[in-house]
Design a protein around this ligand. Structure first.
Ligand SMILES: [Zn+2]
Ligand SMILES: [Zn+2]
Length: 218
C-alpha cells in the first residue's frame, strides 16, 4: 500500500504533534542507560539506603586507606565496584605459602558465621535492582549480595571473613575449584544416555534381524 502524499494540512498537523511532544519532554536530558562498572561512582552521590536494614548509608568508613559506605545501624558495608579489590589487594599470601587445597584451607580458616536464618534478596542502594547472592571466591562460604553493575553488600563481620579467606590463599583454591566445576559441566551427553541408548538399539536391531531371518529362511 502506498503512503498518501503529504498535503499542507498534514504537514501542519505533523508540526503541531512534534511541538506538543517536545513540550512533554523534560528539559534535562534523560539519564544515560546502564553505565560501565568503572563509572558507577559518577551516577550520583554516595549514600542510599542500607540493603541490610534500610537505614541511610554513611560514606564515612575507612579501612586500609579506602573510603566506603557503612551503615551505623546494622554494621553492614556497601562497596562500590572496585572498592573490594582495593580493600583486599595485597592480602594474598606469597606464592607457595597459601593453602594447597580445600581441606588445607578449612584447617587454616575458621568457618564463616552462618547467617542463613535471614536469607532474603536485597536491593542495590544505587539502582534498586534485586541483588544476586554469591559465595565469595566460589568456596569461602561467605555469602555476599552483589549488584553486577554497582558493587556488593557485606553484613557485619563478613569483610573480616573475606580477609581471612584471602590471607589463607583462598583466592587461588577457589579459582581452581571453579575451573574444575566448569570442566565437569563441559561434556554435553549425560552418562546414563550413553549407556542406555546402545542397549536399546541392540535389542531392537537383534529382534529385527530375527524377524527377517525367520521370514526368509524358515
Ligand atoms: Zn544497615
Ligand atoms: Zn545496582
Amino acid at each position: 500500500m502506498r503512503r498518501p502524499r503529504p498535503t499542507e494540512e498534514s504537514r501542519a498537523r505533523a508540526a503541531r504533534i512534534t511541538q506538543a511532544l517536545a513540550d512533554l519532554l523534560p528539559e534535562e536530558p534523560l539519564a544515560a542507560g546502564p553505565t560501565e562498572p568503572g563509572s558507577a561512582g559518577e551516577r550520583g552521590p554516595r549514600g542510599g539506603d542500607c540493603p541490610g536494614c534500610g537505614e541511610p548509608l554513611h560514606p564515612t568508613a575507612v579501612r586500609h586507606g579506602v573510603e566506603f559506605d557503612a551503615c551505623g545501624a546494622c554494621g553492614g558495608i556497601w562497596l562500590d565496584a572496585g572498592e573490594l579489590e582495593a580493600l583486599t589487594s595485597g592480602l594474598d599470601p606469597a606464592p607457595g605459602t597459601g593453602a594447597q587445597n580445600e581441606a588445607d584451607l578449612r584447617a587454616r580458616v575458621p568457618a564463616p558465621v552462618s547467617r542463613e536464618s535471614d536469607v532474603r534478596y536485597r536491593e542495590c542502594p544505587r539502582c534498586r535492582e534485586v541483588m544476586n547472592r554469591r559465595n565469595f571466591g566460589t568456596i569461602s562460604g561467605v555469602i555476599v549480595d552483589e549488584c553486577r553493575h554497582h558493587g556488593l553488600f557485606l553484613d557485619v563481620g563478613e569483610l573480616e571473613e573475606v580477609e581471612a579467606f584471602l590471607r589463607a590463599g583462598g583466592r587461588a583454591v577457589g579459582e581452581a575449584a571453579r575451573a574444575r566445576a566448569t570442566a565437569r559441566s563441559m561434556p554435553p551427553p549425560p552418562p546414563q544416555l550413553e549407556t542406555s541408548r546402545p542397549v536399546a538399539n541392540e535389542s531392537v536391531g537383534a529382534s529385527a534381524v530375527d524377524v527377517l531371518w525367520n521370514l526368509f529362511f524358515n
